[in-house]
Design a protein around this ligand. Structure first.
Ligand code: NOJ
Length: 539
């Protein structure tokens, strides 16, 4: 098989830098904090880390508004600290992926400032999507597109002479103008950026909004703008998933291969790809395009055996079936954490959420392909659902006035130790405040407690990762579904069987003997409710 390609079944840990570990005492995590946390991650057993954006940025969308793609924001450190981090990771055998944001930049980016200062029709404006407004005085946006984070996708500028002028396109916030990828200078600039970081030794990139970049060349009205704003995956077919984007990924792949040819180290491109179907998704991971693309349908599936089986089967048939690898993900910095999503959203995370989240983790780690773990997932952290309005920073809250989809609750700084905030997150002076308040109950989830308790989420993840690394049946390869009763999923990976009971009542175990690993107490012959287990012949 394709075992020599490390990325086909890699397990990568997502580090949301500002919430991982703060080495300076300003209440915001930083790159030196990530370096200090590397031994912890090595012990957990991940193959690599993905660092959320740390570039100079006004932080309107926590770094997904990049003002300079080739530097480090002083809040997070500097390039010398970045080099130390890459060095330390290399010595530990942990790969480092950066988050690259090619769909849009910050309105503070020098090229966007130059565009604002330049005239309509200028080469400076051609790097973005500037257009005249509609209506008698150009007071209406050029088309009816909605921005992802609320409001219209266009903002009108004041021209250098002080008069109201053209509009520019931003599919997220007005502080995130979209690049015009039909302009060759933009593509060339991203080449320079890729090479800048590859030359500094990174192992690859997580690509933000990887189905974006190109817009329909005519920027026509959308037939159903309300639907574009509502649906998660098939958002505005005129703004996403245009055929030209595949040429960019082919080119980026070639750049990676060029570096591999030099030193033998395979680089990895993983795309954030939200498209309507698994078949469409598979086009992004063709052999000469991205190595991986997050398959979000598992994350979007409700806690239900049939729903899980459907999305897993589709991914395996349509993505793995083309020879590619499926990249599974249950959590990230944009989503309500599994412990809360699968259970009753009490602050304590009580109810069935934790048991289900543990079971889902074992299921994910048994599936063929690669997997991503979001920081805190290995601690069983619940979402913080009761942050007061005045601490919320997510632009979605500001722009929609709704708490419905806000993302601060999964971004609260990690608890490392102790009984009270800052729980070892910040090593600064006593009283240093994490940038989002940590609830008291974070104490139960602190890493020091998790490491000391063999029944913790942490041990489950660590044991799962160790077995995954040791057993050739797991990781890359194929899966065979086994017949089970309704509400139970079971599949075989060679002689290893993984079964999940989605119901609440115990069922007869689909495999004899004591499990090799289980997400909860599990005796031979019985699979309790909300539990997953792995068995292997002879175990
Ligand atoms: C996806 C990122 O995961 C999210 O955090 C960000 O707000 C948007 N892309 C825009 O860059």
């Amino acid at each position: 098989m394709n075992r020599h390609h490390w990325w086909r079944d890699a397990v990568i840990y997502q580090v949301y830098v500002r919430s991982f570990l703060d080495s300076t005492g300003d209440g915001i995590g930083d790159l030196a904090g990530v370096r200090a946390g590397l031994p912890y991650l090595k012990k957990l057993g991940v193959d690599g880390i993905w660092l959320s954006p740390f570039y100079p940025s006004p932080q309107h969308d926590h770094g997904y508004d990049v003002a300079d793609y080739c530097d480090v924001d002083p809040v997070f450190g500097d390039l010398a600290e970045f080099d130390r981090l890459v060095d330390a990771a290399r010595r530990l055998g942990v790969k480092v992926l950066l988050d690259i944001v090619p769909n849009h930049c910050s309105s503070e980016h020098p090229w966007f400032r130059a565009a604002l200062a330049a005239a309509p029709g200028s080469p400076e404006r051609a790097r973005f999507h500037f257009a005249d407004g509609r209506g008698p005085d150009g007071t209406e946006p050029p088309n009816n597109w909605h921005a992802m984070f609320g409001g219209p996708a266009w903002t009108r500028v004041t021209e250098p002479d002080g008069r109201p002028g053209q509009w520019y396109l931003h599919m997220f916030t007005p502080e995130q103008p979209d690049w015009n990828w039909r302009e060759p200078e933009v593509a060339a600039e991203f080449d320079r950026i890729l090479r800048f970081w590859l030359d500094r030794g990174v192992d690859g990139f997580r690509i933000d909004v990887a189905a974006g970049l190109f817009k329909h060349p005519e920027l026509p009205d959308s037939p159903d703008p309300e639907a574009d704003a509502r649906t998660r995956d098939s958002v505005n077919p005129l703004a996403w998933n245009q055929p030209e984007v595949h040429d960019v990924w082919r080119h980026w792949r070639a750049v990676c291969e060029e570096y591999t040819a030099r030193d033998g180290r395979e680089r990895l491109l993983v795309g954030e790809v939200s498209v309507p179907t698994a078949r469409e998704h598979a086009r992004y991971v063709r052999p000469d395009e991205l190595h991986q693309a997050f398959f979000f349908d598992l994350l979007g599936a409700p806690w239900d055996a049939d729903a899980f089986r459907k999305v897993i089967s589709e991914a395996i048939d349509d993505i793995a079936g083309t020879g590619s690898t499926v990249t599974w993900v249950l959590n990230n910095h944009d989503q309500v954490r599994t412990v809360t999503r699968y259970g009753e959203p009490t602050p304590e995370g009580s109810g069935l959420g934790p048991a289900r989240a543990r079971a889902a983790a074992l299921l994910m780690l048994a599936l063929p392909g690669a997997a991503y773990i979001y920081q805190g997932e290995e601690l069983g952290l619940p979402e913080v659902v009761d942050l007061p309005d005045d601490v919320l920073t997510d632009p979605i809250f500001r722009r929609t006035g709704s708490r419905a989809r806000i993302r601060d609750g999964c971004r609260v700084p990690l608890p490392w130790s102790g009984q009270a905030s800052p729980f070892g997150f910040t090593s600064g002076a006593e009283g240093a405040k994490p940038w989002l308040p940590q609830p008291e109950w974070f104490a139960e989830h602190a890493t020091d407690r998790a490491l000391a308790d063999t029944r913790s989420f942490w041990h489950l993840y660590r044991d799962g990762l160790q077995l995954r690394a040791a057993l050739p049946q797991l990781g890359d390869g194929s899966l065979r579904w086994l017949d089970t009763q309704p509400g139970v999923l079971a599949f075989a990976r060679g002689d290893l069987v993984c079964a999940v009971n989605f119901g609440t009542a115990p069922v007869p175990a689909p495999f004899p003997g004591t499990p090799l690993l289980a997400s909860g107490p599990c005796e031979a012959g019985v699979l309790p409710g909300s539990t997953a287990a792995w068995w292997i012949d002879g175990s």
